[in-house]
Ligand binder design. Structure first.
Ligand SMILES: Cc1cc2nc3c(=O)[nH]c(=O)nc-3n(C[C@H](O)[C@H](O)[C@H](O)COP(=O)(O)OP(=O)(O)OC[C@H]3O[C@@H](n4cnc5c(N)ncnc54)[C@H](O)[C@@H]3O)c2cc1C
Length: 484
């Protein structure tokens, strides 16, 4: 039945799979990569950059973040509920990975913070354009080119279906389907699974996390990323760990509107739940993991961001309170007109009202409590002291001038993470022991955040994808070399 003789099959060409393929081929292994889509890069093509600690960029900037400090931060953030050996190997290798990528022609803009309280670990890929979304596509293209230069066969529009074992239980191949639906087997003695989680599979998200995609969760996804890697690994005997959402939050339904609308509505102003109550220090909104978590605790898992006309006018004159490298266009001109146009087109995520009572009626917020909250909040703004959540004085802007605006904030996510238990060599574990020849990397095996994505060290997710791929490729190459 077999048509292809290879040593290592890496299932999928996202950043984890590509890094695995390059690392294995550099060590002399014969590698093939079936990839479901027609292009490499997976969901990471939408992203910007990877985590590294103690990189030459950070040293040039005089940043004192050490591997030791980053490991401690990660372990404490997750309450030691994660694999410390894997964290240590990942962070310890991360600076070298930057140089490894640079040798392939990947350039970086430098090391950046995602938001003010995060560390500058986010190494954003240089594209020749303004810093912004989708920069990492360039890195993925360079990784794919390097893999092909090393003789790796990437089979696009081919779907990995099953990890095969021989009669003695050893890894023997991968069953795949080509672009015309024909089954074929690639013989091999090691497999690296890197299919990116289950972001595009609503049923699996519901089963694994309880969220209802499109109802109380609006995560980024790709229709190609459907949990295949998780199922293949579990079928092959992998220990099953929780699949989590890599939390973020978003102003649902606003992304199709002129940027002035999300630019105003995602500023750290008043946030209330359906009971009309505040739930957090809104300054923390810029950590979208925290905002997503706060939203998911509420009735119907939503929050409303509320601003008034005086806040919109202030931003138009002075600029917004917070900008980010992702939302790097701080333009707020034409905000009111853009909201009017959206409402005329039937947008149901943004609201405008001439009174707080009317705004409450439109959104379903408890009117009495909401008005009391706004009154109290305006007092905090007046005396510069937020007795409830201790928000910084300079961010306290009163809600006083009609029209008033609200926008819905939902839990979101960059996809799913976790599900396959691995060790620090990215070997897949069955009852805590490695399954010889089976490895996993990237989102499928990213059990590193406990219940919340670690955004204080940004680039952590794609950083794990590239570094775990590199580890898996290196280890799988050693494994096949030992059996040659
Ligand atoms: C908008 C956005 C921005 C982001 N920005 C960042 C950022 O700047 N920094 C950061 O750290 N993280 C970022 N992330 C997260 C980052 O994209 C992920 O960490 C990364 O994509 C994970 O890499 P991966 O290789 O595991 O999976 P993916 O990139 O998701 O790739 C998985 C691949 O598997 C393929 N596949 C699936 N099933 C099969 C199958 N059965 N057979 C063959 N192929 C299959 C898919 O087609 C895909 O190509 C961002 C995510 C989003 C959505």
């Amino acid at each position: 039945m077999s048509e292809y003789q290879i040593e290592i099959v890496v299932i999928a060409a996202g950043p984890a799979g590509l890094a695995a393929a390059v690392a294995a081929a550099e060590k002399g292994a014969k590698v093939a990569v079936p990839e479901k889509r027609a292009i490499p890069g997976g969901l990471a093509n939408a992203g910007m950059g990877i985590l590294a600690v103690e990189s030459h960029f950070q040293k040039e900037m005089g940043i004192d973040l050490t591997v030791e400090k980053a490991c401690r931060m990660m372990m404490e953030y997750s309450h030691y509920n994660i694999d410390g050996r894997l964290v240590r190997r990942y962070f310890g290798q991360s600076a070298d990975t930057i140089e490894w990528l640079e040798k392939m022609g990947v350039e970086f803009e430098g090391a950046f913070r995602y938001f003010s309280k995060s560390e500058p670990t986010w190494h954003i890929v240089k594209t020749g354009r303004k810093i912004g979304p989708a920069a990492a596509k360039v890195m993925n293209e360079k990784l794919a080119a390097r893999a092909e230069e090393l003789g790796v066969s990437i089979y696009y529009e081919c779907v990995g279906k099953k990890v095969l074992k021989d009669g003695r239980g050893r890894i023997s191949g991968v069953l795949a389907t080509d672009r015309i639906g024909r089954n074929f087997v690639i013989d091999c003695s090691a497999v690296i699974i890197a299919c990116g989680g289950a972001s595009g599979n609503p049923e699996m998200i519901r089963e694994e996390t309880g969220y209802r995609y499109g109802e109380d969760l609006f995560n980024f996804s790709s229709p190609a990323i459907t949990g295949d890697g998780l199922r293949m690994a579990w079928d092959a005997g992998a220990d099953r760990l929780p699949v989590r959402i890599e939390q973020a939050a978003l102003c649902g339904g606003l992304d199709s509107l002129p940027s002035s609308v999300p630019n105003v509505m995602m500023q750290p102003n008043l946030l209330v739940n359906l009971s009309g109550k505040r739930v957090m220090d809104e300054e923390q909104m810029e950590n979208t993991t925290f905002l997503g978590n706060a939203a998911s605790l509420q009735e119907r898992r939503l929050l409303y961001s509320v601003v008034d006309t005086s806040i919109a006018e202030y931003y138009a004159e002075h600029g917004v309170d917070r900008t980010s490298l992702v939302r790097n266009d701080p333009d707020v001109s034409g905000f009111a007109a853009a909201v009017d146009a959206a409402l005329e087109r039937g947008n149901r995520s943004v609201f405008r009202a001439d009174s707080l009572e009317e705004l409450a009626a439109m959104t379903g917020i408890d009117a009495e409590e909401f008005e009391a909250t706004v009154k109290r909040y305006n007092e905090y703004c007046g005396n510069g002291c937020d007795d409830e959540f201790f928000k910084a004085k300079e961010l306290l802007r009163p809600v006083v001038k009609a029209p008033f605006y609200a926008a819905t904030i939902f839990p979101g996510g960059y996809g799913t993470v976790g599900g396959i238990r691995i060790n620090e060599n990215c070997e897949v574990l069955h009852e805590f022991r490695p399954i010889p020849g089976l490895y996993a990397a990237g989102s499928d095996a990213c059990n590193l955040y406990n219940d919340s994505y670690m955004f204080l060290l940004p680039g952590n997710s794609m950083g794990f994808a590239v570094n775990s791929g590199r580890i898996a490729g290196t280890e799988a190459a050693k494994f096949v070399a030992s059996g040659r």
